[in-house]
Design a protein around this ligand. Structure first.
Ligand SMILES: *[C@@H]1O[C@H](CO)[C@@H](O)[C@H](O)[C@H]1NC(C)=O
Ligand SMILES: *[C@@H]1O[C@H](CO)[C@@H](O)[C@H](O)[C@H]1NC(C)=O
Ligand SMILES: *[C@@H]1O[C@H](CO)[C@@H](O)[C@H](O)[C@H]1NC(C)=O
Length: 443
């Protein structure tokens, strides 16, 4: 009994039940926005890249470089739907600082360890900024996305397992021998979104090619499970872990392809992926990460994946409006659980408003599970943003859904598309020669 009381007292102290906590009236958009604003504040407190002497676009350890790209994508969505500019300059500065000299998110500092999936996450953030016309000084966000697309086309490897992108770009890196769904998923999603924006090939061709390769390779099953990847030495050695991020990338891209084509093939894929997601990644009416969440073994990376799936579900409800009736109830219950989890007061680096740290797991009995971090804040921010009904800004002109070419984008070409070529390869060879033999850890 005493033990129980102590535990309760301790739990209350840890949970900060009396302090803060985000209370949202889910019938009011203003209340949802206010909750999202508090979560966003707590999120950005982890970032100091806009301070003097810091590096724009980097989060401190333990966050890998790619996660800042994912954080910006989350903030872009939030700003677009809440109709605020709070983090516009911080986002623009960080994204452009990491664009690299070829404007394709291959900055020199990352060349040793950057994977295709890392590069693609930044490209997807740029495409979100483009779609929402967000940014200071009209950066050519779409041009950045196109450059990354062109890099991916160059790196497509038909020589092993019939196609696909490898995970790592540098042959010395562990993971060069692995073709993963995250890398091919970002390629697919970038291609699909460029096609929906521009209505031009080669984007549609490549989106179709990547999706069909994933199916042929056994990485997307007949029931639309998306598996992790395969080793190039034995093409049928598929690693069958399923992550919400991989499913998100293929669901989102398929919804954009459906929007641009109205085709029954893409509708079949959207339906299949949505059904699979609703089974595999939902428990007690909310999203979760089945491969690690219940065992409390999710890595720092994995703790941010749900944000991708939430944003993909929201995009799917918009790009394929017939799915909204299925998706909305899930987004609703998910947002309620997410907001309830934002009641933490812990001394683990969270510097937002006391009592508003968001937890990771939303399926358990206690609202706040004691985990805090960038991923936790991103997930909850995406969860609340997903309930906001429409973008506060008008989108730049895109295709009318017919897939036909549209006019040129309304942003100025301050970032010039580069012609892809051997430059990246040459840079890599130089860098690798300088640091020859160093094998970077998996990240
Ligand atoms: C960095 O961004 C935060 C959040 O917008 C802001 O409060 C802070 O003043 C910025 N710092 C600088 C040096 O601009
Ligand atoms: C690369 O690293 C150097 C040294 O830390 C830093 O000064 C520079 O700002 C970094 N550049 C990028 C794009 O991150
Ligand atoms: C494409 O998306 C727009 C915006 O949500 C929507 O109005 C339109 O109906 C969608 N097209 C299709 C084929 O569903």
């Amino acid at each position: 009994m005493k033990f129980t009381m102590q535990r309760t007292a301790l739990a209350l102290a840890l949970l900060g039940a009396s302090a803060g906590a985000i209370k949202v009236d889910f019938t009011s958009d203003d209340s949802i926005k206010a909750g999202a604003s508090t979560i966003a504040y707590g999120l950005v407190k982890y970032y100091n890249g806009n301070e003097t002497g810091q590096i724009p676009g980097n989060l401190p350890q333990p966050y890998y470089w790619w996660e800042t790209g994912a954080m910006f994508a989350t903030l872009i969505d939030y700003m677009a739907y809440a109709g605020v500019d709070t983090y516009l300059s911080l986002m623009t500065q960080g994204m452009l600082f990491q664009a690299g000299k070829n404007n394709d998110f291959l900055p020199q500092n990352q060349t040793m360890s950057e994977g295709n999936d890392d590069q693609g996450v930044w490209a997807l953030a740029a495409l979100s900024a483009y779609e929402n016309a967000l940014g200071i000084g009209n950066p050519n966000w779409q041009g950045l996305g196109k450059n990354v697309f062109n890099d991916f086309v160059q790196r497509w490897d038909s020589a092993h397992c019939g196609g696909g992108l490898r995970w790592q770009m540098a042959p010395v890196n562990a993971g060069y021998d692995y073709k993963n769904s995250a890398s091919n998923g970002v390629f697919f999603d970038v291609a699909a979104r460029l096609f929906q924006q521009m209505g031009q090939d080669p984007h549609s061709e490549w989106a179709t090619k990547v999706f069909e390769w994933e199916q042929k390779a056994g990485l997307i099953s007949d029931s639309y499970q998306v598996f992790d990847g395969l080793q190039v030495e034995s093409c049928n050695s598929v690693s069958k872990q399923q992550s919400s991020m991989n499913a998100a990338l293929f669901l989102e891209g398929s919804a954009y392809m459906y929007n641009a084509t109205s085709s029954s093939d893409w509708k079949t894929r959207v339906d299949g992926l949505l059904k699979e997601v609703s089974t595999t990644f939902v428990k007690n009416g909310v999203l979760y990460e089945p491969m690690c969440e219940e065992k409390e073994l999710c890595t720092v990376d994995q703790q941010s994946y749900k944000s991708f799936l939430i944003r993909a579900l929201k995009a799917t409800a918009q790009q394929a409006p017939y799915t909204a009736a299925t998706i909305q109830p899930l987004l609703q219950s998910n947002a309620k659980a997410a907001a309830a989890s934002c009641s933490g007061s812990v001394d683990k680096g969270f510097a937002g408003q006391p009592g508003t740290a968001c937890g990771f797991s939303w399926i358990g009995d206690s609202a706040f599970d004691g985990n805090v971090g960038v991923g936790e804040q991103m997930n909850a921010l995406s969860a609340l943003t997903a309930l906001l009904p429409q973008r506060a800004r008008s989108q730049p002109s895109t295709t009318s859904g017919s897939g036909s070419p549209s006019g040129s984008p309304s942003v100025s070409p301050s970032v010039k598309p580069k012609s892809p070529g051997n430059k990246i390869a040459a840079n890599l060879v130089t860098v690798l020669a300088l640091f020859g033999g160093v094998v970077y850890g998996l990240c």
